[in-house]
Design a protein around this ligand. Structure first.
Ligand code: ADP
Ligand code: MG
Ligand code: MG
Length: 251
């Protein structure tokens, strides 16, 4: 699904190297978790994959189903099936949540050569998905994320993901700032999307989200590189001993 090879990334305006040779393969049907200390480059990786400005790839490659995605515009990457749930969801005043989602869903269907959804078809689908995430009708009418609580913003990211049905879902610290109940809702929303045709990259600072979204593979990203890869037990090791042990071992 996703294959990253020797990815090196620096800031465009500064002489600062952030990713220093990341190798990663995410297979369809699998959930890969990326953990790592603050500042190790986790968000940068998610931004570079989704096409945010300000970063320069100096070496390496990233392919989605064999297609080089680094040359594509963000919307082309989305149409190819990539989705990023932001660590810090953005408020968009003046744009209704429902309008935003309908426009995004139909733009993507169009890019894929599928027919647009009618207003009533769209309503039926979004109401059902919003209900499972406990997002009420009023939140769908408000401007995107404006005045939403931290937990509501994160659930709204998962609603976007559920509506767009991406092939590769990247979640950047979707658990941060959530209480236990909100985290369970988010995890249920993610688990409902687990499918043999879909891959997940779940970035998280803490192990607790992984109690609810069981990963197949866990990677530790530190100082711009993946320094260790293992099974779910690796997340527990981090929970119990922090990153120090792993980093010392690596050094
Ligand atoms: P993580 O998500 O693992 O906490 P980030 O990818 O956010 O790490 O950041 C990695 C490093 O790169 C940090 O030292 C951060 O300050 C720096 N960095 C990332 N993006 C920028 C930027 N746009 N401008 C300046 N520094 C940045
Ligand atoms: Mg951080
Ligand atoms: Mg981050």
């Amino acid at each position: 699904m996703l294959e990253i090879k020797n990815l090196h990334v620096k800031l465009e305006d500064e002489d600062k190297q952030i990713l220093k040779g990341v190798d990663l393969k995410v297979e369809a049907g699998k959930v890969h978790a990326i953990m790592g200390p603050n500042g190790s480059g986790k968000s940068t990786l998610s931004y570079v994959l989704s096409g945010r400005d300000g970063y320069e790839v100096t070496e390496g490659s990233a392919e989605l189903e064999g297609e080089d995605i680094l040359e594509l515009e963000p919307e082309e990457r989305a149409a190819a099936g990539m989705f990023l749930a932001f660590q810090y969801p953005v408020e968009i005043p003046g744009v209704g949540n429902m309008t935003f989602l309908r426009t995004a869903v139909n733009a993507q269907r169009k890019a894929r050569g599928e027919e647009e959804l009618s207003a009533s078809e769209f309503l039926k689908i979004i109401r059902a998905k919003a209900k499972t995430l406990k997002i009420d009708a009023e939140m769908l009418k408000r401007p995107v994320n404006v005045g939403f609580s931290g937990g509501e913003k994160k659930r709204n990211e998962i609603l976007q993901m559920a509506m767009l049905e991406p092939k590769l879902c990247i979640l950047d610290e979707t658990d941060s700032g959530l209480d236990v109940d909100a985290m369970k809702l988010v995890a249920e929303g993610v688990n409902a999307l687990r499918d043999e045709g879909r891959g997940f990259l779940v970035i998280t600072h803490y192990q607790r989200l992984l109690d609810h979204i069981k990963p197949d593979v866990v990677h530790i990203l530190a100082n711009g590189r993946i320094v260790k890869t293992g099974g779910p037990e690796l997340a527990l090791e981090v929970e119990n001993n922090g990153y120090a042990g792993i980093l010392a071992e690596e050094a």
